[in-house]
Design a protein. Structure first.
Length: 157
């Protein structure tokens, strides 16, 4: 019994060491190099599914300024003109920080407003209704927690 437990523990430790080593090597070989100068990254227009637009003619613009070596996390800037009302369907977890403007949001049965300095987290698989009275500029970070984590989160709701 003690020998089986010791073998199982040793196997778990070797596996953990292997996974950790793989992640470290992947980071060192695939991560973006540090910046050596400023880079001008203008926001660019993009389209969404027309059925998401409920009112107005929002002009969506965005720029991604960071993507992790494994592709699971990215960050960027998003801008939208108002007045407009639209749905946003979250495929990944998204946290935002409002830089300029504001928005009134309906999310998970709650209504709230965001202004500069406010932050909020939206979970993958959910939808929010955005009403942008004049315009909004926000920083966003997307994170893919993976199917197992999303499945467990939905079970725990």
């Amino acid at each position: 019994m003690k020998k089986s437990l010791a073998i199982g523990l040793a196997a778990a430790l070797i596996t953990l060491l292997g996974v950790t080593s793989y992640q470290a090597i992947a980071y060192v070989t695939q991560a973006q190099p540090p910046s050596t100068s400023a880079v001008n990254l203008p926001v660019k227009p993009f389209e969404v599914d027309p059925s998401w637009i409920k009112e107005g003619k929002p002009n969506f613009r965005a720029a991604e300024f960071f993507k992790s070596h494994d592709g699971e996390t990215s960050s960027g800037i998003f801008e939208c003109d108002g007045p407009s009302t639209f749905e946003w369907h979250y495929q990944l977890d998204e946290s935002i920080y409002v830089l300029e403007g504001g928005v009134d949001i309906e999310y998970e049965g709650k209504k709230f407003s965001l202004k500069p300095g406010d932050t909020v987290l939206f979970r993958a698989g959910t939808t929010a209704l955005w009403h942008v009275p004049k315009g909004i500029r926000k920083s966003w970070t997307l994170h893919d927690a993976g199917k197992p984590a999303r499945g467990l989160a939905s079970l725990l709701k």
